[in-house]
Write a protein that binds this ligand. Sequence first.
Ligand SMILES: *[C@@H]1O[C@H](CO)[C@@H](O)[C@H](O)[C@H]1NC(C)=O
Ligand SMILES: *[C@@H]1O[C@H](CO)[C@@H](O)[C@H](O)[C@H]1NC(C)=O
Length: 519
Amino acid sequence: MPRALPWSALALVAWSRARPSGVVAPEDGSSECEADAPEDAVLARFADCLFTDADCLSHLNASSGADLVRTGDVMAAFEKVGRDGLHAGSIKAPEWVERFASHRCVGAVEVLPFPESATAADSLRTRLRELSATGPQPLLVHVDGINDGLGARFKKAIEVVAAALQMGFFAVALALPPAGSAVHLAEWEHGAVWCHESPAGAPGDPGGQLYPLICWRFELQADLLGQSPRPEGRVLLWGAPGGRAPPGPAGAGGSPLRCFQFKAKGGQLPEGLVWNFVAREGVSKAARQRLFESARAFSAPLRQLAGRREARCGFGGPDDLLHAAVHVRRGDVGDSSMYAVTQQINKGSFARWLCGLPGRGRRLAVHVYTEARGLSREALRQSNLSGFAFPPAAGDADAPRFHATGRLEPPAPCDSVLQEVHFVVNNNPREALLCMARADVLVTSFSSLGWAAAVFNGGTVYHPNPKHYQREPTHWDLREQYLDWADNWFLMADGAGALRCTAFALLLPALLAVGGHVP
Ligand SMILES: *[C@@H]1O[C@H](CO)[C@@H](O)[C@H](O)[C@H]1NC(C)=O
Ligand SMILES: *[C@@H]1O[C@H](CO)[C@@H](O)[C@H](O)[C@H]1NC(C)=O
């Protein structure tokens, strides 16, 4: 049953209006936690349902499957249009830049070489500082075209943003149109579609060798960021206050932005260039804070944004119930990759760690995002997830099933953690990313997909400790890198967890302070 919209939602809107700053005091008294953008939009939580309710679970399942596109249809279209036609429905880099510039920039876009040495970076920094002091703010316009998995592509694009802020750009306008395995055909009712290799279509694959493609309707920019794929629409300016352009010069009516672009072929800067820059120059705390503040304010994951296709997460329920999303990365990296914290620490320790999270007077529900061989609850059971059990129930063989419940095994040794666990398996990436971004606590894996959700999550994020990933850092695999960039990100330790910020629950005292009543 979806929760009826309580009047506290309206009170919260009133509160947001009354208090332009959405910053919430975290439990430990530091000012590291960021709340959501104060927009006059309903909190998604109030329109959500709780996964322990059977109707809720079947609603979530039906909604997930609605975005599935038959792989055969994608293949047939591919045969028809060929490789060149795969992205014909999206706006190509030169056109995006040109349209963006004519809409938002003063003058033409200046093309710059990427600063490859410390000296080049210094002179660019000096020039950008002078520009910032005197005229329209210098903005980098970047259209990403990297051919990589979706999470990796996103993370490398954010690496460009961080480097640009470190160089002294005021902000970055970043477009992430379909590229690589995200396809967008011209004549095609599905819009942008993302395909990835998944074990979902290979039930009972004995050696764990098969990863058939699974395809979903998914447009990263619109579906997660709430950014318009059109350059004239709502575009996040990474690093700018609130993610928006500064006001233009008074009376002049001119654009406040002077635009630059790096010399890049098809949106691809030469391999390793940006990684080398970040390794050499670092990214200052101030630049990182601007990056995260702008993204979280603009994309407001806790809220329902007009223009973003909404998702329920199963995160409803009483207001003292917090929701932890745990990404258990398996899928095409296999079941034994040990990329997930549930595989890295002993299952008894994990259950105890969960007990340390919610704090006094609150409870915690766990939601696991993973992939498994096959699409039934039976298949999920057979995938032997460490720390969880799936007691037999009616309908175990029914497929496809994208949402199911299981239990903590061993049970959490406390009353404050629900033993019943929500499994979101082989799921719609739009819903998975948005829900992971929205959870009060996010526990990521060595995965850029979870990292992408963490960029938007204003609650508490735990990343796996890089000591569990014993490889030399490289520019092409950022899996265990940049895990300390945001102030609300912590490395997962084996000891007791502690919630530093919650995305939602700490808003409640403020609600009560304006005379609200929480049902
Ligand atoms: C889950 O939803 C899909 C459609 O999205 C449907 O085909 C399937 O039967 C549902 N599974 C269960 C177990 O209800
Ligand atoms: C899970 O465990 C069972 C029983 O130990 C074993 O037969 C099965 O092969 C395991 N499955 C996987 C995917 O490891």
